[in-house]
Design a protein around this ligand. Structure first.
Ligand SMILES: [Zn+2]
Ligand SMILES: [Zn+2]
Length: 235
């Protein structure tokens, strides 16, 4: 199936002047979502988890004459970084990664052979992501939140103005991130979901690394992997 650009999703403003647009480009054997965030100023773009569909995301950024201010990585699994080299070469934007995922990142060419997906070793990260800090680009602000478990240095990016979180492979619509991979930890993942994701407002839109968007409320109420967190009852 060829990579496909999802239709533009323009979210309604929560507050006067706060508006971002999140474009999803899907591709590769892992059907991974590469996100292009158009910031509040309409000119600044963020590339999040540039994977197999990176060429489509870069093309959209060129069409809109966006300046890519950052390459943000939720974690360093091969399907989320196999477009980083191309994205960096075209945009020169700084690569942001949590230091605990550096061992994965630095060996991604080996991991890619393990998964049977060829991947050029990307250039080293430029910026260490620090949980608890806020990133501001083009008038849009995101908090870096630590959500380990699927990967040891996994983070998510939570808008400080809108009910939007970019969650990587922590939670999906009706599912959760794999923890059968080396350096994954099921207990940590469930604690990350319980304490950092399910505590967000119910209307919060979650943009995962695979599959369709969802909301915190929908996952609280229907995700079978989370049922036991609520004493076996649907929320
Ligand atoms: Zn992953
Ligand atoms: Zn993934």
């Amino acid at each position: 199936m060829p990579p496909r650009a999802a239709p533009d999703r323009l979210r309604p403003s929560q507050r006067e002047g706060d508006e971002i647009e999140i474009l999803t480009f899907t591709g590769g054997p892992f059907v991974q979502n590469t996100l292009l965030v158009v910031c509040e100023d309409g000119r600044t773009g963020l590339l999040i988890d540039p994977g197999a569909a990176t060429p489509d995301a870069l093309s959209a950024a060129r069409d809109r004459e966006l300046e890519i201010a950052a390459i943000l990585l939720t974690h360093a699994h091969v399907d989320h970084v196999d477009g980083v080299a191309e994205a960096k070469a075209e945009t020169g934007a700084p690569i942001h990664l949590h230091p605990l995922d550096r061992p994965l990142y630095d060996n991604v060419a080996e991991w890619s052979a393990f998964f049977g997906v060829p991947c050029e070793q990307p250039p080293p990260p430029d910026v260490d992501l620090e949980p608890g800090t806020n990133l501001v680009f083009g008038g849009s602000e995101f908090e870096v939140v630590f959500v380990p478990g699927h990967a040891p240095g996994h983070v998510m990016f939570v808008s400080t103005a809108l009910p939007v979180a970019i969650v990587g492979d922590v939670i999906f619509r009706g599912s959760i991130g794999r923890t059968d991979l080396p350096k994954s930890n099921y207990g940590e993942l469930m604690e990350s979901i319980r304490s950092q994701i399910l505590t967000l407002p119910a209307e919060t839109q979650l943009y995962p690394g695979h599959g369709p968007e969802t909301t915190v409320g929908l996952e609280r109420g229907t995700n079978p992997f989370l049922l036991h967190l609520n004493g076996g009852r649907w929320a």
